[in-house]
Write a protein that binds this ligand. Sequence first.
Ligand code: SF4
Ligand code: SF4
Length: 115
Amino acid sequence: MESLPCKDCKGMCCGPVPITKNERKKIQKEIRKMPVKKRLELKNQNRYIGTCIFFDEINNRCGIHSARPSICKAFGFYQNLVCFKSPSTASTKRYHASEPPAGILSVDFTWKDFT
Ligand code: SF4
Ligand code: SF4
């Protein structure tokens, strides 16, 4: 799979995303197993309004990478999830979520819902 130019992008696509019930549980597990120091460091970072609550501004990456929602994994590779920095990476297929969303991460679910 072709990769995206995410390095130095500062997570420009990391805003509110729909998540399923299972994804919420997976993220909660990931957050709870983090060492307290690491968790607080991620939680207390300054972010622009609209940036995902789990974007790691210090290290310029997703702070919950292994537990990130499927829509985040799919971003950039589908016609309805095009990366504006690399539109040609998207296939002609459309992304369809496998389950209905339980809510929107960063809006309906915030840090208090994962700790
Ligand atoms: S997918 Fe695109 S917009 Fe998102 S971080 Fe990567 S290059 Fe930037
Ligand atoms: S969960 Fe990770 S990849 Fe998805 S929007 Fe948030 S920071 Fe970005």
